[in-house]
Design a protein around this ligand. Structure first.
Ligand SMILES: [Zn+2]
Length: 425
């Protein structure tokens, strides 16, 4: 367990990373969950604190929780806007103080935008999130809001010079995946999937999901930024009709969202993952850009050469590009198996001078923690490369003492692990 502090002008934004996977284990995907980007929408913050406690208290007794923590790095930032939260008012269901940060900027309008110039200045909180994304290879994310009941997915903006009809969706190349992710959440929620509007004057949302732009468009959102600039699939979860309900409603709101959050996190294990290594040195290749053919939004490898991409079952081609290397195009299939593991692809990249030794890659699609087979084209012989094993190893404990988020004492009592690292803006 890790605690990261994203520091904004002296205020700490606390991130708790929950995982029992050893730090040096390759191929473990990272998910992040963010609450309270709008300070007056604190239900997400409370639900995420409950989620932390739930993970910690049920690791030993719940097989699904244990599997998730053994195989996933789950980063939780309960509150991205502490200044706004401080001035927000309990019981204020609609518009109220605290949506913006202390500089009166809506943080969910302050990110670089894919479609349009963004005139909203970047904030310390924005920079902390950008740095956090730069320093981690996140695969899946959700930002928790209040004021509606719907799962919203990219894009939330449109091209400036394109005249669209009102409520026209702005469709991303991974629309199938985003709709699946949004519906995974809405259908596990007891009422979101019914798509009823919180306000009888407004239309509802079929299946409890909506394309962002089909609801309303705006510039500088965190969701599109995650997807376009970092290849991280983020959706926006509106989980409470009342933005800041009375505390007595929190237990029910937690109950409503618990199972949905768990199945949503599980979806990070859908699709493809693997390693990109130099064919001669077997070291990770720098500046790798990956793309699924036909889907123009790229994603990148981690510093250790790992990559992940959420995909629905089907046939795909992975395109791998890096400066100085021969481009690779690798066909693969994501099988139609419920709760299957991602396809594991090992990609060996050859420089132009070594391209005669280029290897093709064949993958074992059954279990990512077993083995991956590399077939060397020059010899037509097959050798097996041990990629990962599931050796469970406890990390050493170095306890942080500054416990701004709740429940940390509980976690220590459970013998779980935490130590401090610092990410500064
Ligand atoms: Zn909001």
């Amino acid at each position: 367990m890790l605690i990261n502090k994203l520091i904004i002008s002296g205020i700490k934004l606390w991130v708790l990373e929950l995982s029992t996977a050893p730090a040096d284990k390759l191929g473990v995907p990272s998910v992040k969950l963010i609450g309270n980007i709008h300070g007056n929408e604190p239900v997400g913050r409370e639900v995420l604190l409950h989620l932390i406690e739930f993970f910690v208290m049920n690791y030993e007794s719940d097989d699904k929780v244990r599997w998730l923590l053994d195989n996933t790095r789950i980063h939780i930032l309960p509150c991205l806007n502490p200044d706004g939260f401080q001035i927000s008012i309990q019981g204020r269901c609609g518009v109220g103080p605290g949506r913006e940060n202390r500089r009166h900027v809506d943080l969910n309008r302050s990110f670089p935008d894919y479609f349009q110039m963004n005139s909203v200045p970047s904030q310390d909180e924005t920079e902390a999130v950008k740095s956090w994304l730069h320093n981690n290879t996140f695969v899946l994310s959700a930002s928790l809001h209040g004021g509606a009941l719907v799962a919203n997915y990219p894009y939330e903006n449109v091209k400036e010079n394109i005249q669209t009809e009102i409520n026209a969706p702005s469709v991303s190349p991974d629309d199938d995946v985003f709709q699946h992710l949004a519906m995974t959440y809405s259908y596990k929620h007891p009422s979101m999937h019914r798509g009823e509007s919180c306000n009888i004057k407004e239309r509802g949302f079929p299946n409890g999901i909506t394309n962002g732009a089909a609801w309303y468009t705006f510039t500088g959102g965190m969701q599109d930024y995650n997807y376009v600039f970092h290849g991280c699939m983020e959706i926006t979860l509106e989980i409470s009709c009342c933005k800041y309900p009375h505390a007595s409603q929190l237990p029910q709101l937690w109950t409503d969202n618990k199972a949905a959050l768990l199945v949503y996190i599980r979806e990070v294990h859908l699709g493809v993952k693997g390693l990109v290594l130099d064919s001669v040195t077997a070291q990770p290749v720098n500046n790798v850009s990956l793309r699924i053919a036909g889907r123009e939004i790229p994603f990148r490898t981690s510093p250790r050469g790992e990559f992940w991409r959420i995909l629905l079952p089907g046939d795909y081609q992975l395109e791998v590009t890096a400066p100085g290397y021969v481009q690779q195009k690798i066909p693969f299939t994501v099988p139609l198996v419920k709760n299957s593991q991602p396809v594991w692809l090992n990609v060996t990249m050859s420089t132009f001078e070594h391209q005669h030794t280029t290897k093709t890659v064949v993958t074992d699609t059954t279990e990512q923690y077993s083995t991956t087979t590399i077939r060397e084209s020059s010899e037509h012989s097959t050798k097996t490369l041990e990629v990962l094993d599931s050796n469970y190893e406890q990390m050493a404990i170095t306890a942080g003492t500054d416990t701004a988020t709740c429940n940390l004492i509980t976690m220590l009592a459970c013998g779980l692990i935490m130590y401090n690292t610092y990410l500064t803006t």
